[in-house]
Structure formats: C-alpha cells, structure tokens
Design a protein around this ligand. Structure first.
Ligand SMILES: [Zn+2]
Length: 330
C-alpha cells in the first residue's frame, strides 16, 4: 500500500486518548501480512511481533490524538470543555471539531482578551439552541478531535493528526522493509501517549525489550521567532533524538543511529526538545533499563489543527528505522 493511502486511512478514523480501538483495528489489517503474531494488550496497545533470534527491539508509535472533552452543557446549548493532552487554547480558536458519533462543532471564546485565552474561555458550539437539543447529540464525557482531511502539496503534508499517525505509518513501512531482519521485533502502536505516556509504559513491561525506539513528531526551530529550545528543521531529514522532556537517550543508541544514517546515506539531524515527552521515556526506565532512543519526524504546528511535515523527512525516518531494525546488535 502506498504511503499516502495509509495516511488517508489512518487519519480518517477517530482515536482520541482512551478511545483508540478504531485506529488500532485499521493498523491491524495493514500489519497482518508482515507480522508473525498480533495482539492487543489489556490497555489497548496493538502489538505486532516479527520473530527473530537477535536482540529484542521495541518500536513504538502512538495511536491517540489530543482533543477536548465535554465537562458541562450550558442551558443555551453551548459545550464547556477540558483539554485531553497538550491543547493550547490560543492555537485552536475557530477550529472545527468532530465527536466520535459524527457531531461537528466549532471552538469559540467567551473571553474578551484574545491574547490571554485559557481553556475556561473556550466553548464548543454545535449549533444547538438549548441544553435539551445539545443532549440529543452530545453527553458530558464525550470527546472531540480536530477536523480536517490530509492535504499533500509537493512534498509537504498537512493534517491535524500527523502526531502520531505519521509515526504509525513509519512503523508499518518499517515492518515491510525489515522482513529479513535477524532481530526479535515488536512494533507497538501505543495508547494514551498524550495523557502521560501510558501505553508504552505497560507494553515495555510486558515485552522486556533490549532496545526501544520511539517514532514520533518533534518541534522545529525553523519558524519566525523560534527561541532555539528545540533543534530540528523541516526538510533536513530524520531526527535522531538526543533528549526530550522524558529522557536523555542512551548514547549507544544515538551513536548507532548516526552511524546507520551516515552508512546508508540517509539525511539525518540531531533532535533535541527541552520539554515534552515521548514513548522513549517509559521504555528507557522499564525493568532494569532499556537502551532507548527516538527517530523523530520534524513537524511544524504540533498539537494545532494543522500540523505540517515533509515527505522526504518521512522517507528518511522509514529508512533509518528499517536500518536499525535490521542491524546486528548485541
Ligand atoms: Zn506524539
């Protein structure tokens, strides 16, 4: 299956943190030809195992996306909401959102100072004229995700769900390319990353890998006004994670990824994020320690309704992940 078809299929399904089953099901169908066994664990992580005699490697990409959850329905039919994951109020005003049952709304604000928006200022308007009318479509506890079709123009890709459905696509493509790997490979599509790196934590405890690689988006330093607290740039290749808010990557993994990129002619760049975690963090500190690192997709507008990535970078991430999955390590 070509990559854009995969992106389209994985971004069409609803999958907020805690409700990832539809995304997992779509991935299971795509992964079946490439895995020896596939199962879903108790929390909902989808685990695809390709057996091998070499070291145990766990690759993780998360299924879930961020969004908003209804906390209160006003008498006039407007929905008050709390955030699920790292939602920034100033990035989402006037965006469309959709609920799991297909109900669509727009994010509006009752605040007067648009420069100082907080979540308490925001509400979702689904066009209902009363609480009774709203309750026919939505209940307290229902959650909504940003709305938007993926768009490709040249090598640039836009979608609200690049974080981390693009990582899931990279894992699927890596499974395909690493068919002859000598290693014992676990491709784990994790749940609830956006609310505390939960799925990778329990999956790593179950699998007990020797190596762990998280594949996720990373912020870029190439936009106007950037304060240089991150390092990646769009179009400069796969990010080799050095650190993020959840770990300092193991030096052996960082060096190995650098060597593989250089040896295979894969464009790559260092990836440092001073805040924000990834699934590499919980893998790193599971059991008596896992040699963990990350392969990162440079992405502008992370956690906004329009995330942007470069398909050349995605290709580099796939090649680097496949090279690591196939490499002979002790
Ligand atoms: Zn992510």
């Amino acid at each position: 299956m070509d990559m854009m078809t995969m992106v389209q299929r994985l971004t069409a399904v609803y999958g907020i943190s805690g409700r990832e089953a539809a995304v997992a099901e779509e991935i299971r169908r795509m992964a079946e030809p490439y895995a020896d066994e596939i199962w879903t664990d108790r929390l909902g992580n989808l685990i695809c195992h390709k057996k091998g005699e070499g070291p145990k490697m766990m690759f993780a990409a998360h299924l879930d996306s961020i969004g908003l959850i209804v906390t209160h329905i006003e008498s006039a039919g407007f929905l008050r909401v709390a955030k699920i994951g790292g939602v920034r109020p100033e990035k989402i005003l006037h965006s469309l959102v959709r609920f799991e049952n297909g109900t669509i709304g727009t994010i509006a604000s009752s605040g007067t100072d648009l420069g100082k928006l907080s979540m308490e200022d925001l509400y979702v308007d689904i066009g209902a004229e009363s609480r009774e009318e709203a309750e026919k479509k939505v209940s307290v506890g229902d959650a909504a995700v940003y709305m938007g079709q993926p768009v490709q123009t040249g090598t640039t890709l836009f979608s609200p769900y690049l974080d981390d459905r693009l990582g899931c696509v990279i894992l699927l493509k890596t499974m395909e390319l690493a068919a002859d790997s000598p290693n014992d490979l676990y491709f784990v599509f994790t749940v609830q990353e956006e609310v505390g790196l939960c799925g990778a934590h329990t999956a790593a405890h179950g699998i007990v890998p020797d190596y762990g690689i998280a594949v996720d988006v990373t912020c870029t330093d190439d936009v106007p006004g950037s304060r240089h607290t991150v390092s990646a740039a769009l179009g400069k290749g796969a990010g080799i994670k050095v650190m993020d808010g959840s770990l300092m990557c193991h030096g052996a993994v960082v060096e190995r990824l650098k060597e593989l990129a250089a040896g295979h002619g894969i464009p790559a760049q260092p990836d440092l994020m001073s805040a924000g975690g990834t699934d590499a963090g919980p893998m790193h500190i599971s059991h008596d320690g896992v040699l963990a690192g990350g392969i990162s997709i440079p992405c502008r507008g992370i956690h906004s309704p329009v995330e942007m990535a470069d398909l050349g970078d995605v290709d580099a991430c796939i090649r680097l992940a496949a090279a690591f999955a196939s490499s002979r390590l002790e």
